[in-house]
Every structure is written in C-alpha cells, then in structure tokens.
Write a protein that binds this ligand. Structure first.
Ligand SMILES: [Zn+2]
Length: 287
C-alpha cells in the first residue's frame, strides 16, 4: 500500500496539474472503481460535471480534491491505483477506470487501477478541529507532516495505550500516514523492537520515534517515494527510488547498516516486520 510520501507525491501532482480546472465530463469505465460511491456511477458522473477542482489535499494516506460545490472527491489508491495526467487523445490505458475531461481542453485526469482495490468517491465535507475533511477521513489523526501535528499530545496518547509500539505507529486514529515500511524504518533508527509495549517507553523515546518516522518519510518524499510496487507512480508515470535507501524493510538476510548482523523478518499482523536482532532486541516477555 502506498504510505504518506507516495500519496504526497500524487497530491503534489494533482495540485500542479488539476487544481483550478473545471471538469466538463466524468466517465466511469468500470463500476468497481466507484463502488465506494454508494449512489453509483451515474450519480458520480452527474455530480462531477461542471465542478471546479479547487485544491488537492491529503491527511496521512488519504487523498482528496476539494470541489467548487463544497464536496470532495476522495481517491483511494489501494494497491495499484494511479492518478495519471494524460494528453487528450492519448491511447487509453488497459486498466483505465475513470476519465475526467476539462473545460480548458487540456490533459485528462485518469484513474488507472490494475487490481481494482482502489477507487474514487464523492463525499460531504465536515470541519474537524479547524480543518475541513471529507466525512470518511474525519476520524483520521493528523500526520507528522501536518503543521498542526501535536507531537507531545501523540506521545502522551501512545504511552497510555496498552499495545506494542508498531501497532501504535500504524493506528491511524493516533497518528496517520505511517504504514509497514516507514514504521520498520523508524523503529530501526531509534533501536526499538516492534513488540515493545508503549506504556514502558519513556516520553523522550516515543518522541524520538515519531521524529524518526517524520524524518524517514521526508527523506522518502525528497526522492519521490518508495517504488515498492512497479504499479505505483506519480501523475507523470514515474516511480520513486527511496527503496534504494531502506535499512530494514524488505532487507531480510542483508547486513544491518549499523552493526552488520543479518536483518531478520518476523511475522506481524499477516505481514512481516523487519528489524536488526542486535540493534533491536526483542522485549523479554516475547523473547
Ligand atoms: Zn544492527
């Protein structure tokens, strides 16, 4: 799944290439792509026509555009969803699901999704804590790149939780935007095993962990995100190359960049956690 840096790359592309443009026609090529829009394809098409895209927004891994009518179009990228800007008349992609045409006669915005786990949906907008959010995003916490992110408050909430530290990092109602890749990278940076209970961590350690997560995501963003999947690309069809900088994620058996021990992989919530056995010892209770 794309995480915050990858979604931010797409958001910036939408801000550059779609904001300020008036939609003349929306065309749903595959109903599955709008299945989260419960009133259906025809309603989706009718409500978008004539609206202007005012801004591209993101919170954590959630991406949407604000529309002139006061609603929002949420883009769920899923495993393989792409928002592509393509010149008028360029051949349709094999997995083209939704096409938006604009009044300026400029490039189309296309939602392309090979595996169809993603999709688009229109939503009402609500105000939460001074920020306008689509209703399905209203419960999502601020992410570490949000100017209003309150690290001290998140540290207090983390330490009150009776959970392990990686679950806390992945809890989108606590802090958003961090997924499996950047959680593993942040934990390696501060030398914490993923199963450490949060209520046994000091406040400075929690703060260092959140800062590490923010740092690693900023570094990934600077190089266009992590191309963990060949299908993940920015709006121009290029993929990022942060995967060259990963210290633990997907690095099983390779030497730790700090101590040289082989990186280990452990099962975690139907997926994997990657860590260094020396730098990140298991907590005693689970050893
Ligand atoms: Zn190590």
């Amino acid at each position: 799944m794309p995480e915050l840096p990858e979604v931010e790359v797409v958001r910036r592309g939408l801000a550059d290439h779609a904001a300020g443009r008036v939609i003349t026609q929306a065309e749903v090529m595959h109903p599955r792509a709008v299945r989260r829009h419960l009133p259906g394809s025809l309603d989706f098409e009718a409500r978008l026509a004539g609206q202007r895209i005012d801004a591209a927004r993101r919170r954590g891994k959630y991406l949407w555009v604000e529309l002139s009518g006061g609603d929002a179009m949420i883009a769920h990228l899923g495993m393989s969803g792409q928002m592509l800007v393509r010149p008028l008349g360029s051949p349709d992609e094999k997995h083209l699901r939704v096409r938006l045409r604009f009044a300026d006669g400029g490039p189309e915005l296309r939602f392309v999704d090979q595996r169809t786990f993603g999709g688009l949906a229109l939503s009402d907008v609500v105000e939460v804590d001074g920020t306008r959010l689509p209703e399905p995003v209203a419960h999502i916490a601020r992410d570490p790149m949000d100017p209003a992110f309150d690290q001290a408050a998140v540290v207090r909430a983390m330490r009150r939780k009776r959970t392990d530290v990686k679950r806390a990092l992945l809890d989108q109602t606590l802090v958003s935007g961090i997924g499996n890749i950047y959680a593993d990278e942040a934990l390696w940076r501060v030398k914490l095993h993923w199963a450490r209970p949060t209520d046994q961590l000091t406040a400075p350690k929690c703060a260092a962990l959140l800062s590490a997560a923010s740092d690693v995501m900023n570094e990934a963003l600077a190089v266009g995100g992590t191309s963990f999947d060949a299908l993940y690309v920015n709006v121009n069809g290029q993929s990022g190359y942060f995967d060259r900088s990963l210290n633990v994620y997907g690095q099983e058996g390779k030497p730790c960049g700090r101590c040289g021990r082989p990186i280990r992989r452990e099962p975690f919530m139907n997926r994997s956690s990657f860590s260094c056995p020396k730098c990140q010892p298991r907590p005693a209770a689970t050893a």
